[in-house]
Ligand binder design. Structure first.
Ligand SMILES: [Zn+2]
Ligand SMILES: [Zn+2]
Length: 697
């Protein structure tokens, strides 16, 4: 076995494999050839492979069908990607698939198969891996021939401000909708950016656009950053369009996800709402893809293929002659540069955006600025007198404290597998690595000097909740809620905060996502410059978006106030966010990126080499760099290679990175793919893993 796996070149599943497993089927003279991509994660396998269809499978099998095929002595799930007339391999040597998995039309549309092929090429992955993205939920488990159980469809409970009837559009909304409608009516592929301040009614524009597409008999995909955090937009689509809305998200069981997937595939549901994976919803005749909060980093997938759902959505819209409508109050510079924009500059209720005050924390040890303390105390007083009084406080750091150190010898508790400090989670009684998930019990004494004096440094959301509750909620009348990745039931926290008459919601960037709570009058950002300190060219963009988005949560139902605590009050991102000046910020950002030739003026490809020993990782990265020097010559004069540079150790692997900056994305990806394949196949680099990230976020 491992027959095919050791050959880097294209191989065919020929009859000698059949003899190994004895599963080959005898065929009649006339047969049809199918090209099948076996679902294997092996990178060196380069499909597709030819099979010939036995008589009983000829009806119904087509591009997109799922088959069980014999492959190198195993039974694998395979997807038909082509129906050629002839094969390079003599027909009698070809194997036959064992059976078909779908009874009825193929599981995948030809459009989705082609999209998977595009993803494999665009993100330097394999077609098999890309196909796993578009397969029906739970497909891999059906190899055994197990039938699917009937599962009830999931229900979607509404949260937040609701309006079941379509409100009249404002003048701005009408103007924004017009080009969308025109493109839909013309059945023309088009990308549009809906650049609208928070509370400007972007969702209503999405709903109206969806209405137009549905009236044309076309389907709609609505992408949101995270379902648990954006239940309001789901509710509004469900209220407006009812049964025709399917929701796909990771918290559903596989069976429930399949039930929703099936409704979409059968055309019973024509609107799919979901996070990034919903971009692969099996909707035929797609008319519209809505991309809500298009700036959100969750649209980038971190597993292989490292696709960006925003780019996939753009490509899918192009292929389907559909409209891509991307909306945000803080659009990415890339989107502003690439797409024509419609602007919603006013809130629908005509209320002004809240006043933002930047509080200089230089000279203050830590914690709350006196003005923040006063504002919270004032709010609490309001709450007690019966006036609705709510605040949202953002601290982008979870846990109790950032790190622990020994007071006598200075030892810092670190992850054994990564070069980072462990974060204290007091309620759980453990310290944890936020990169790999490693956990230990909270230390009671130092392992080096046996001192029992352990210092806790910095504060995260867990501690902030504790401290604020002590001050504000001493009598239980002003609850302090917390929302971060450690909280398992995000939707429940949001519902409880919504139902409370007063209180504070604290949390990480999760609190800044699209929630709409009309009675929040105060928003506070603590340590606003924390994201600025990341060594990433997107640090400023992220900081700006975080502050502007949080500010947008305040004053939706009346007067709003925003306080931003920072030790960098003059930082460009903070100054512009305080003025609600998205245009000014983006203009400056585009100028800076043009000067440094960063995206959108170039593409970045990041190649990380990792190994147990640092020298091995560095040597592999050195080879990648060297070979890139040869292979990139054809890619364009502007292509440049940066690195190798060391990255911090992660999951017990030392890492070294090389970055390619190039104008010609496709050619550069091809060159990188070729170089990585060659370096990976070199014996000196055995034990090194390679990961390629195109347009890393
Ligand atoms: Zn010690
Ligand atoms: Zn770790």
């Amino acid at each position: 076995m491992g027959y095919a796996a050791c050959r880097p070149s294209r191989v065919k599943a020929v009859s000698n494999i059949a003899q190994i497993d004895g599963q080959g089927t005898q065929l009649g003279a006339a047969s049809t050839i199918v090209q099948v991509e076996p679902m294997t994660t092996a990178r060196v396998l380069r499909g597709p492979f030819d099979y010939r269809l036995p008589e009983e499978l000829r009806d119904g099998v087509d591009v997109g069908s799922m088959l069980v095929v014999p492959f190198a002595g195993r039974k694998l799930l395979g997807v038909v990607v082509g129906m050629p007339d002839t094969s390079d391999v003599a027909e009698e040597k070809l194997l036959a698939p064992l059976r078909a998995l779908d009874d009825g039309p193929p599981a995948l549309t030809t459009e989705l198969v082609a999209l998977a092929e595009w993803i494999a090429a665009e993100y330097c992955s394999t077609i098999a891996r890309a196909l796993t993205l578009v397969l029906p939920p739970g497909a891999a488990r059906r190899l055994s021939g197990r039938k699917r159980r009937q599962v009830a469809r999931p229900r979607h409970e509404p949260v937040g401000a609701r309006s079941p009837h379509a409100p009249a559009l404002t003048h701005d909304q009408q103007a924004a909708l017009a080009p969308v409608t025109a493109a839909l009516r013309a059945r023309r592929a088009k990308q549009l950016l809906l650049n609208g301040v928070t509370g400007s009614g972007k969702t209503e524009v999405y709903l109206r656009a969806a209405q137009v597409a549905l009236e044309q008999g076309r389907g709609v995909i609505v992408l949101v950053p995270e379902i648990a955090l954006t239940p309001q937009i789901v509710s509004r689509f469900v209220e407006r369009f009812g049964e025709t809305v399917a929701v796909l998200h990771s918290r559903l069981s596989t069976g429930q996800r399949y039930a929703e997937w099936r409704r979409l595939r059968d055309g019973q549901a024509r609107v799919c709402v979901g996070p990034r994976s919903a971009v692969f919803a099996p909707i035929e005749d797609l008319g519209l893809i809505v991309l809500d909060e298009e700036h959100d980093a969750s649209y980038k997938h971190e597993g292989d293929p490292r696709y960006d759902a925003r780019d996939v959505a753009a490509e899918r819209a192009r292929r389907c002659h559909a409209v891509l409508l991307a909306g945000s109050a803080t659009p990415r510079p890339e989107s502003v540069q690439r797409m024509p924009a419609c602007v919603l500059s006013q809130r629908v209720d005509g209320r002004p955006l809240p006043e933002v005050q930047v509080l200089d924390m230089r000279g203050h040890a830590h914690g709350l600025h006196p003005l923040t303390g006063d504002a919270l105390a004032e709010l609490r007083a309001c709450g007690r007198s019966g006036t609705p009084a709510k605040a949202i406080v953002l601290l982008n750091r979870r846990g109790w404290s950032n790190f622990l150190s020994c007071r006598s010898c200075g030892r810092v508790w670190r992850c054994p597998d990564c070069d980072v400090a462990l974060v204290l989670h007091r309620a759980g009684g453990f310290v944890a690595c936020h990169h790999c998930g490693h956990r230990e019990r909270v230390p009671t004494c130092c392992g080096d000097c046996a001192s029992s004096s352990v210092a806790r440094h910095g504060a995260g959301t867990e501690r902030l909740q504790h401290d604020l509750a002590r001050v504000l909620d001493d009598d239980g009348g002003f609850p302090v809620f917390r929302l971060d990745a450690d909280v398992s039931a995000a939707a429940t926290v949001l519902r409880r905060f919504e139902a409370a008459s007063c209180g504070v919601l604290i949390g990480t960037q999760m609190v800044a996502k699209g929630h709409d709570f009309p009675d929040v009058s105060l928003a506070v950002v603590l340590d606003a410059d924390a994201t600025l300190r990341f060594p990433d060219f997107r640090a400023e963009e992220r900081t700006f978006a975080l502050i502007a988005q949080l500010a947008g949560r305040a004053g939706r139902g009346g007067h709003g106030r925003v306080l931003v605590q920072t030790i960098a009050p003059d930082a460009r991102a903070i100054v512009h966010a305080a003025r609600h000046d998205s245009d000014g910020f983006i203009a400056g950002e585009l100028k800076r990126r043009r000067a440094l030739s960063y995206p959108p003026f170039s593409h970045l490809i990041r190649i990380v080499c990792s190994a147990e020993a640092a020298e091995k990782a560095r040597a592999a990265a050195g080879s990648v760099r060297e070979l890139l020097g040869e292979h990139l010559t054809g890619v364009g004069q502007d292509a440049r290679v940066l690195g190798p540079a060391a990255l911090f150790r992660l999951r017990a692997r030392e890492r070294s990175v090389v970055v390619v900056k190039a104008g010609e994305r496709r050619a550069a990806v091809r060159a990188v793919g070729e170089v990585v394949r060659r370096v990976a196949a070199t014996r000196t680099h055995a034990g090194v893993s390679f990961s390629v990230d195109v347009d890393p976020q």
